[in-house]
Design a protein around this ligand. Structure first.
Ligand code: ADP
Ligand code: MG
Length: 674
């Protein structure tokens, strides 16, 4: 089957689902199943789970209270059931006309008027209707693509596509995995007698086989990428370390043990002939920036240039200020390059980079777009790497041969997972905060108590402290989010007379944003109302109170990042999470995690449990192949196994990797070049 021959609209819809080749249909596995293999008498249908019943319609009417709905009555020999459709089309009313015989699939509930089904699947019965003999797969789909259409296409792909095994027989045997063909056929059409929990929990041997395949492909591709990278040469950077020593001596603090340990990892890497690709993980406030600066000193002392990329202008500017403060006294010229620079300043910065007169260039990803050239780039540092995509990592590489790369992230995934999952990166962790930090106290407060919060702010400001007020994330509409921020700013200005209140949001010009941040840093503004633009990296030690509105809407990683903006100075800090009740179960569980823990790694672990790794902040954008089926936490054993098998295949029979990768990760060539 050739998808190119399908009607264009259908092809577009399939593409939305990530289906671009016929084989992708084979891998488009059901997210759940419905069981229409067994018919129950109405009186005996199980409660709390969907079931199939049939009978004759004995009543049907449209009622208008409490709102418009269709209410029908269906009877079989054992009992009667109320069917309720709150949204319905005229043809559904016809289907449920008195006297019709129907088959209903849905969950029975005990309602006030007796047993009822709300919005069941309704099918008009004819005499020839038999029951299904396998479970009905329900596929992830998109608008205007019906389950039936998808199922037909998938059935055809299962017939036409080669389902040969790409796992070596020995591996299948060792792990007791079923064949590939058997596995996909089973998962698309499981027989009715399979234990449901094995399907819903995805622990059936066929599911495990598929997840293993997926993880193996991921491990193979990352390992191959790594091998390719090791073929490239990078400058050997192993200076005596005088510049770094000077910098350390000039600091008002000593480095933590953890900082020293990761610095050792980094300098070992820099001394190698192939490019470093190290991920430096460290909780918010762990002190990654100084580590970056010391690494930069090594490269600069050895005669190379260093680039540092930040995801936002605010953060880039802060880094710039820090690096100027730290490095210029040592005779290092630091240049500053962002998209918003005036033409002349930009030209100068570009020249400094190209001629090598600036040893260090700090900026946003604008650095790596367009015309920037370096004289001899030796080290590229990427802060908050999860904010950058593959394309930017690629661009980075093209700018200067193969510089060493140091990527930093405060959105940690647990270390063992990181090591397996980012198989192409080396991972270092700063697992210790600098001493003398006062822990941040977190409070959950219902927004009904907003007045108390306002008083709290006033008294903090009287004490000389500063405050962040973070406005809710409104994903559906940036305009709405902006409006909320503007309203909040106006309201606080009114409520907190005599206190200078600033506003910073994503729609402001970079220069305006920077000016506002500067004013806040200089304490000319005491309360800063912000949208989530301050999420990453902002460092104002005097800010010791943060209020986060609608905390229930935010992700855990994001809340943790935000909270990390306070607790940076010597003052006791407080983070107030305002929520609007009533809270759902997930929201409750999430807020509980953030309330109970201030450890980013622990939060990430819990996040993983509540949301699953596919959702984990950072992974999606990081360019690491997404996992559709495997769950890093639940399938940790499979991940371990896949790692070992990948290593083995590449060492002994690397040709076996190709068909497997073609099947699972077609078009991943770009990634291999990163
Ligand atoms: P992050 O890891 O979140 O990027 P930063 O690098 O911004 O954290 O560091 C947070 C603050 O801690 C900065 O003000 C920094 O100067 C300070 N800092 C870093 N290392 C130490 C240390 N060893 N002792 C004391 N303060 C430190
Ligand atoms: Mg940082």
């Amino acid at each position: 089957m050739d998808l190119a021959q399908l009607q264009p609209g259908l092809r577009t819809r399939l593409l939305k689902l990530g289906i671009s080749r016929a084989f992708d249909l084979v891998l488009h596995l059901p997210m759940r199943y419905e069981d229409e293999t067994q018919l129950y008498p109405i009186a005996e249908a199980p409660v709390g789970t969907a079931a199939l019943v049939e009978g004759e319609v004995t009543g049907c009417e449209t009622t208008f209270r409490p709102k418009k709905q269709l209410v029908a009555r269906v009877r079989d020999a054992s009992g009667t059931l109320v069917v309720r459709l709150i949204h319905f089309y005229p043809n559904q009313a016809q289907q449920l006309a008195v006297g019709k015989r129907v088959r209903l699939y849905g969950e029975i509930r005990h309602g006030f008027w007796g047993d009822e089904m709300v919005h069941p699947k309704v099918k008009t019965l004819s005499d020839s209707d038999t029951l299904n003999d396998s479970l009905t797969p329900i596929y992830p789909t998109t608008a205007n693509l019906s389950q039936a259409q998808l199922a037909r296409l998938i059935a055809k792909a299962l017939k036409d596509e080669p389902l040969t095994d790409t796992l070596p027989a020995a591996v299948r045997h060792d792990f007791g995995f079923p064949d590939f063909a058997e596995s996909v056929r089973f998962l698309h059409n499981p027989p009715p007698d399979v234990a449901r929990v094995q399907l819903t929990e995805r622990i059936h041997p066929t599911w495990r086989r598929i997840k293993f395949d997926e993880l193996l492909a991921q491990q193979l591709s990352l390992r191959m990428a790594r091998a390719i990278r090791r073929e490239r040469t990078a400058p050997v950077i192993a200076p005596p370390g005088r510049l770094a020593a000077q910098l350390v001596a000039s600091l008002p603090f000593g480095l933590t043990k953890a900082q020293n340990r990761v610095l050792l990892d980094i300098s070992k890497d820099l001394g190698q002939r192939h490019p470093m690709q190290r991920l430096l993980q460290g909780d918010v406030g762990a002190g990654k920036t100084i580590v970056a600066a010391i690494a930069a000193c090594h490269a600069i002392e050895a005669g190379y240039q260093v680039a540092m990329l930040a995801p936002t202008e605010i953060l880039a500017e802060q880094h710039y200020a820090k690096f100027v403060q730290w490095l210029e006294p040592l005779g290092v010229k630091v240049a500053w390059l962002t998209g918003s620079l005036k033409a002349r300043a930009k030209r100068e910065a570009l020249e400094d980079a190209a001629l090598g007169s600036a040893q260090m260039v700090v900026g946003t990803h604008a650095i790596f777009q367009g015309t920037v050239e370096f004289k001899n780039l030796g080290l590229a540092i990427v802060d908050e790497q999860h904010r950058f995509g593959v394309a930017q990592r690629l661009a980075l590489r093209e700018k200067g041969g193969s510089p060493h790369q140091l990527m930093m992230s405060a959105t940690p995934i647990p270390r063992t997972l990181a090591m397996s999952f980012y198989a192409d990166l080396d991972v270092s962790v700063i697992d210790e905060l600098p001493p003398g930090r006062t822990p941040i106290v977190t409070k959950l407060v219902s927004d009904a108590r907003r007045d108390e919060i306002i008083e709290r702010i006033a008294s903090k400001v009287l004490e000389g402290r500063q405050v962040y007020w973070v406005c809710p994330l409104i994903e559906e509409s940036e305009a709405l989010q902006l409006q909320t921020a503007v309203d909040t700013h106006a309201q606080l200005t009114e409520e907190l007379e005599g206190i200078a209140i600033g506003l910073v949001h994503g729609k402001m010009k970079p220069a305006e944003k920077a000016a506002m941040m500067d004013a806040f840093k200089r304490n000319e503004i005491q309360v800063l109302v912000a949208t989530t633009v301050i999420e990453v990296g902002v460092d104002v030690p005097n800010a010791s109170l943060m209020v986060i509105e609608h905390a229930e809407r935010m992700g855990l990683a994001q809340l943790h990042q935000l909270r990390g903006r306070v607790g940076r100075g010597a003052h006791a800090s407080l983070c107030i999470l305002l929520y609007t009740g009533p809270l759902g179960e997930t929201a409750k569980a999430r807020l509980k995690v953030i309330y109970e823990s201030t450890d980013g790694f622990e939060i990430a672990r819990q996040d993983l449990q509540i949301r699953g790794p596919g959702e984990l902040a950072g992974v999606r954008q990081s360019g690491v192949p997404m996992l559709r089926f495997a769950d890093l936490e639940k399938d940790a054993d499979l991940l371990d196994a896949a790692r070992d098998v990948a290593e083995n295949i590449l060492a002994t029979e690397p040709q076996l990797a190709i068909p497997h990768l073609d099947r699972w990760l077609p078009g991943r060539e770009a990634l291999l070049r990163v």
